[in-house]
Design a protein around this ligand. Structure first.
Ligand code: ATP
Ligand code: MG
Length: 243
């Protein structure tokens, strides 16, 4: 069982500005495929990823392939092979696509061929300033940066947020391809995307994990999606998911 787990999180707690936003989070991420991290707005999904990355003060146990990483500084965690694609993409708007990618290269053998194969559109736009890309293209840059390095897992936060449906499908396809090379922990509010991509899902409510299991089983349970994810079965958000 342990051999199949790439990231093991036990009793993770974290506070922001004196308020506990991650209460007691425990889950495993399998070493293959995409695992969804789900929950209503403000339950602590982003904070959980930031705590794993050491970007906010945290307590508890986090193991990458069996080794503790919860005491390490962020750059060391990244150096161990935890790639992070943050919620707001955070591309350098004034730099070109090629410059954005070059700045992300960490090891001696950046996987430029893999990135070029996955994102031909970025190759075509390598001289374009990232700030002039569409939201979807900026998301591709953000994912491509993480894929350039030999990561052991990617933490990807709401990659389809604010994108047009056609672009959502493109980003989903890119993630599906990426997941063939590296396991992904994916925060995603678009349940169609979750259904398409995720094998397992972890549901957070009130800063704690309240459910884990196959993603399809959670999505097929209208009571659970309404109660824990804040959506109707028809996929329309109850409480302003885009806020
Ligand atoms: N910098 C901050 N200062 C104060 N409170 C914060 C800060 N960042 C997050 N919080 C609070 O921490 C809680 C968890 O936020 P977090 O961003 O982790 O939730 P989330 O599940 O990612 O939400 P969303 O679905 O809206 O992205 C929220 O109540 C939020 O208001
Ligand atoms: Mg968030």
């Amino acid at each position: 069982m342990t051999a199949d787990v790439i990231l093991r999180v036990r009793g993770l707690r974290a506070s922001i500005a004196g308020q506990q936003v991650v209460e007691d989070v425990t889950f495993d991420v399998p070493a293959h495929g995409i695992t969804a991290l789900l929950g209503r707005n403000g339950v602590g999904k982003t904070s959980t990823l930031r705590a794993i990355m050491g970007l906010i003060q945290r307590h508890g146990e986090v193991r990458l392939a069996g080794e503790r990483i919860d005491g390490l500084l962020t750059h060391r965690i990244a150096g161990r092979g935890v790639g992070y694609v943050p919620e707001d993409r955070e591309v350098f708007a004034g730099l070109t696509v090629a410059e954005n990618l070059a700045l992300a290269e960490r090891g001696r053998h950046p996987r430029r061929d893999l990135v070029a194969a996955l994102f031909p559109d970025l190759v075509a736009r390598r001289a374009q300033r990232a700030g002039t890309l569409s939201g979807g293209q900026q998301q591709m840059v953000s994912v491509a940066r993480a894929l350039l390095n030999e990561n052991r897992i990617l933490l990807v936060d709401e990659p389809t947020k604010g994108l047009a449906p056609k672009i959502v499908a493109e980003v989903a396809e890119a993630l599906e391809e990426a997941a063939k090379t590296v396991p992904i922990l994916l925060v995603e509010q678009n349940l169609e995307v979750v259904r398409r991509l995720a094998g397992d899902a972890v549901v957070i409510a009130g800063g704690r994990v309240v459910h884990t299991g196959p993603a399809a089983a959670i999505l097929d349970d209208p009571g659970m999606t309404r109660r824990l994810l804040g959506v109707h079965v028809d996929g329309i958000p109850l409480d302003g998911a885009d806020a």
